[in-house]
Write a protein that binds this ligand. Structure first.
Ligand code: ADP
Ligand code: MG
Length: 275
């Protein structure tokens, strides 16, 4: 479905070069759920933007069904971390969800599609509310509904639950797992949260960095449907998260490559730290 081939991206500003990601390779099968996990600043957002065609890589490329991604492909949707900036405050929930459908000529009844997506994320009855009238978790649900209404084949998510409280986060994780089944969509989730990556994914791509390189790709053969309590109590879950943690903590060629001499040691940027 999606193939990332030797993807590298460096930023240059004021004559200073930041190597964000370096020679990333992995592939995603149709309907697969792939988690990409790495510490904050590792280059996860950079990777996701390059994959989505929102940012030109320095070298390498992303293939979607064999075709190089050079601009955002129509069959792909992205959910970003910051819902407060991704929703239009002067539009109702329904109009926010309808927005990306504007140019979809193949959707006959757009309002029906929008309302179905709004119901799927548990916001039935809030169609005429404005974002400011909703909690953070509800606003992120609207952002997810908008992505779903667009009916993408591939959904890219960049730390979509990082700005909500723990309980809402668990609810949204399960919501995404449910609607993925319901809508039949391939999902790539970027997160700094190891538990979240293991809990949700079929496979986990472990990044170390910066600059990000693929340390390991782990199969997560935990039974589905997953359950916040039962799945996380499985010995196999504990084993997987310990393996990911160990991979991230032993940081390859390490921070010395980019960090100034007086930077704090790498261990202070522990996995789980906020972006
Ligand atoms: P993550 O999402 O894992 O936290 P990012 O992809 O946002 O990491 O950033 C990776 C590295 O690239 C960081 O060192 C960051 O400072 C740098 N970076 C990100 N965006 C830019 C930019 N537009 N210009 C320069 N440097 C950037
Ligand atoms: Mg990021």
């Amino acid at each position: 479905m999606l193939e990332v081939v030797g993807l590298s991206k460096s930023y240059e500003s004021d004559g200073r070069v930041t190597r964000a990601i370096e020679r990333i390779d992995f592939r995603v099968e149709e309907l697969e759920f792939v988690g990409i996990v790495g510490p904050s600043g590792a280059g996860k957002t950079t990777l996701l933007k390059c994959m989505a065609g929102l940012l030109a890589p320095t070298s390498g490329r992303t293939l979607l069904r064999g075709a190089p991604v050079t601009e955002p492909p129509p069959e792909l949707a992205v959910v970003f971390q910051d819902y407060s900036r991704s929703l239009f405050p002067w539009f109702s929930v329904r109009r926010n969800v309808l927005l990306p459908l504007r140019n979809k000529d193949d959707v006959a009844d757009k309002a029906a599609v929008a309302d179905e997506a709004i119901r799927a994320v548990g916001l039935g009855g809030f169609e005429e509310h404005y974002p400011s009238q909703l909690s953070g978790g509800m606003q992120q649900r609207v952002a997810i509904a908008r992505a779903l209404a667009y009916q993408p084949r591939v959904l890219l998510m960049d730390e979509p639950f990082a700005s909500v409280d723990a309980q809402t986060r668990a609810e949204l994780e399960d919501l995404v797992l449910r609607v993925r089944e319901q809508f039949g969509v391939t999902v790539i989730l970027v997160t700094h949260d190891i538990d979240e990556a293991v809990y949700m994914s079929d496979r986990v791509v472990v990044l170390s960095g910066p600059p990000s390189t693929v340390k390991e790709i782990l199969d997560v053969d935990l039974p589905r449907p997953r359950d916040q309590v039962a799945t996380k109590a499985l010995p196999a879950f504990a084993e997987l998260r310990a393996r990911v943690y160990a991979e991230i903590m032993q940081r390859g060629d390490g921070p010395a490559a980019a960090a100034p001499a007086d930077a704090p040691p790498a261990s202070s940027a522990a996995p789980g730290s906020r972006a």
